[in-house]
Design a protein around this ligand. Structure first.
Ligand code: FES
Length: 116
């Protein structure tokens, strides 16, 4: 599986891009971000309650740009690991999605792990 997420140039430092892909016939919403030069991607699902982290406004980072934050109850996640470090779900991790940069494009290259 290989799904185009965005041009690499769209994902500058501190930027996020949302995307949708299919897993076993169901739509999965994800987001990719660049943090400290590295591109990461996760399902757009909070680990407190399974709803989106943003309010459909593509705002994932805290004001200081050091973490992702869920807009509903403020769960705070480490961008590089997806680990929740503050808020209602400490220790839980966002569902990671595999990405690769190739030819100036950021690709989703797998479905990630099915949430249990
Ligand atoms: S739904 Fe994300 S912190 Fe509650």
């Amino acid at each position: 599986m290989k799904v185009r997420i965005a041009a690499e140039s769209e994902l500058g430092e501190g930027k996020t891009v949302k995307f949708v892909f299919e897993r076993q016939g169901r739509q999965v919403h994800g987001f990719a971000a660049r943090f400290r030069g590295k591109i990461v991607a996760y399902e757009n699902v909070c680990r407190h309650i399974p709803i989106t982290i943003d309010y459909d406004d593509n705002e994932f980072f805290t004001e200081d740009g050091n973490h992702f934050i869920c807009q509903t109850h403020g769960a705070v996640y480490e961008p590089l690991t997806g680990r929740c470090v503050r808020g209602p779900c400490p220790g839980e991790r966002l569902f990671s999605l595999p990405v690769r940069t190739e030819g100036g494009v950021v690709w989703l290259v797998g479905e990630g792990t099915l949430p249990t």
